[in-house]
Design a protein around this ligand. Sequence first.
Ligand code: PXP
Length: 242
Amino acid sequence: MAVLNVNIDHVATVRQARLTDEPDPVWAAVQCELAGANGITVHLRQDRRHICDRDIRLLKETVACKLNLEMCMAEPIVRIAEQIRPDQVTLVPEKRAELTTEGGLDCLRHKKRLAQVVRRMHKKRILVSTFIAPDQEQILASAQTGCDAIELHTGMYANAKGQKAVQKRLADLEAGKDFATEKRLVVHAGHGLTYRNIGAVACIRGLCEFNIGHSIIARAVLVGIGQATTEMIGLIDKFSEE
Ligand code: PXP
């Protein structure tokens, strides 16, 4: 059975739009956990565009389920992970100009650095996952550097147009999962997953963890906006009675 980690970055995106203190991702994490999430995922980006250092410090104190920190391998970020000690880090590539993580990590190209980071994380008892395309060379490099898990990039599946292309991307994910399992890696998946496209990937046996963010936060805004409006009308009515 697979489990869900909710990526709450975009709660912080809304907060940062006004540089205020609401909505607080720490409150959102509590709600996700109460609703049954297996874990909370946050990406501490180098530009701190959404999640900031204060958030991960407080999340480390308050999250009782799994705390999964997405991060690049830049030295200042690796040091923060060593200090905070999340349960798991998911290593991703990071470009300053991108809207969201674009491709998978190139574990072959960065094999030496990856091996160093894995060693340092393991010293702090932090599990390491790499966010990669379902590509045998990338999976092998993750296994050879001592990673515990991989997160298969589902973005190509999510963006595929037409039945044939979708089936091809699903077959790639299944083959990647089989190869990684053979190499004794735990297999996660994420990126671009929505209420519409989750079904077919959730059918792939052996995928253990899904990391889903944007679609859940988008749905939360819409299912919650009615109640939020009613509450504000209630206050206006109460104070404008006379
Ligand atoms: N997994 C990884 C490695 C990511 O970088 C992201 C985006 O931050 C996600 C999962 C979640 O993607 P989405 O927001 O599209 O659900």
